[in-house]
Design a protein around this ligand. Structure first.
Ligand SMILES: Cc1cc2nc3c(=O)[nH]c(=O)nc-3n(C[C@H](O)[C@H](O)[C@H](O)COP(=O)(O)OP(=O)(O)OC[C@H]3O[C@@H](n4cnc5c(N)ncnc54)[C@H](O)[C@@H]3O)c2cc1C
Length: 421
């Protein structure tokens, strides 16, 4: 770190206003490198620049186009095109952020540098890792990367999403579709059940003799009561959920025959969607910020790693206590982390935050349900604020469900325009 940067750090910060005091003319600005241009990383980059335009922010992301997972279940169900999920980094760059199209391959925490795929090194004063998830290949016997070309996971949006959709379109009426849902924790807790709903909607309207089985490694899931009462109303006899206690846990798969094996039997599917166990994006492990669980323990006020000082972890990769792994949570964490990083760079102490999550799920195109929560640091973790948040009412007229479906679309437009627009 240069003398001029230390000088900058000595200056106090107007934390509450989110503004850093101006450094003396000619002093070098602090450098923040952010790895991963998804909901967490791109939001954090923009929030940092908006907090103080003099912080030099570099966003490292290999893809020119980001493909969003929220609403990708509607693409699989034939209700939406993948192009509606895709966003570029033009507006992010227009904020004065250096967008570097590369993969981060290594982190030297003591030298404070990130190595890119082409061998270049980026020096940082603070590093934010926002790499999302990676699949734990091999954690489910038989499910490796090659297997995902036969039994798509579609848990990272893009080609996998389209593959699952094409398989459903190619299936004859009367076929068996099987989804396997993983144990906690995983990206988007309501996601498998929204997917089951929208695949059931597709089958009901296009291939009504077909059947859908959800094999689950859990006995309980997010918004369960709401999903199950909607399924009973909309998809009776078509969609069957098999919990852990009734033999739902898939213990191995055979991609050649699209067979899923549980302790209780075998299911040979025409279309199999395997949502496998997950972990933080690989770079987290490389940087030494992931623990044995595969996820990243963080300080709940600053999102700084508990394992490597100077490195913050946000989004799905982080262990964020009661906060689910969602795009909204990632966005909320990104803004909190940006404020904390700016404050720390100015040598001040970040104040304790409150974070929000809202998550909509579609059970049918005109049937939405939601869950919301508020979180704060409590006992070293992010915990629910008692009495805040909740879920859609159990009993509600269809008009209310239709209104929530409209709100879900508005939610998607708002969050994506905030991050990429
Ligand atoms: C089917 C489905 C439906 C969902 N629906 C919803 C929903 O309705 N609402 C909601 O809130 N959430 C939803 N989610 C969850 C949401 O998609 C994730 O929680 C969110 O994407 C997490 O953001 P992130 O920034 O942590 O990860 P991501 O958005 O995945 O971004 C990670 C980025 O990091 C980049 N990256 C990874 N490694 C490197 C590296 N080494 N170098 C450089 N860049 C790297 C990747 O290319 C990627 O762009 C859904 C998820 C799924 C799968």
């Amino acid at each position: 770190m240069t003398t001029s940067r230390r000088e900058f750090l000595r200056i106090g910060v107007a934390v509450s206003a989110g503004l850093l005091p101006l450094p003396a003319f000619g002093q070098a600005a602090p450098r923040v490198v952010i790895v991963g241009g998804g909901f967490a990383g791109a939001s954090c980059a923009r929030a940092l620049r908006h907090t103080d335009g003099r912080i030099a922010v570099t966003l490292v992301e290999p893809n020119a186009t980001f493909t969003a997972c929220p609403f990708s279940n509607a693409v699989i169900g034939g209700l939406r095109e993948i192009s509606a999920q895709q966003f570029t980094y033009e507006r992010v760059a227009a904020d004065g952020i250096t967008v570097t199209r590369a993969n981060a391959t290594a982190v030297d925490a003591s030298a404070r540098s990130v190595t890119l795929g082409n061998g270049a090194r980026l020096a940082y004063d603070r590093l934010v890792l926002a790499p999302g998830i990676d699949i734990r290949w091999g954690a489910l016997a038989g499910y490796d990367e090659a297997a995902s070309t036969q039994m798509p996971h579609a848990w990272k949006a893009g080609e996998q999403t389209l593959l699952l959709r094409r398989q459903l379109e190619a299936m004859d009426d009367g076929g068996l579709v099987v989804i396997s849902a993983p144990a906690n924790p995983f990206r988007c807790p309501p996601g498998p059940y929204e997917r089951a709903s929208l695949i059931a909607h597709y089958l009901k309207t296009k291939k009504p003799k077909s059947k859908l089985i959800v094999l689950d490694a859990k006995d309980a899931f997010s918004k369960q009561r709401l999903f199950q009462s909607a399924w009973a109303e909309l998809y009776p006899g078509l969609l069957e959920w098999v919990p852990l206690s009734k033999g739902g846990k898939v213990i191995s798969v055979d991609p050649a025959t699209r067979t899923l094996v549980t302790d209780f039997g075998r299911h040979q599917a025409k279309v199999a969607n395997v949502i496998p166990p997950q972990k933080a994006g690989h770079i987290a492990e490389v940087a030494g910020v992931a623990d044995r669980s595969g996820w990243c323990p963080i300080d709940p006020v600053t999102f700084e790693s508990k394992l490597q000082p100077g490195i913050h972890v946000i989004g799905d990769a982080a262990i964020a206590g009661a906060m689910p792994k969602s795009a909204f949570a990632a966005n909320s964490q990104a803004k909190t982390c940006a404020a904390a990083v700016a404050t720390l760079l100015a040598g001040a102490t970040p104040s304790s935050p409150k974070l929000i999550n809202t998550c909509y799920s579609l059970v049918a195109p005109d049937y939405g349900i939601s869950v919301a929560g508020v979180y704060q640091p409590t006992g070293g973790q992010l915990a629910d604020v008692p009495g805040a948040g909740g879920v859609s009412p159990a009993e509600a007229p269809r008009g209310a469900r239709a209104a929530e479906a409209v709100l879900a679309e508005a939610w998607f437009r708002t969050i994506t325009s905030g991050v990429f627009g």
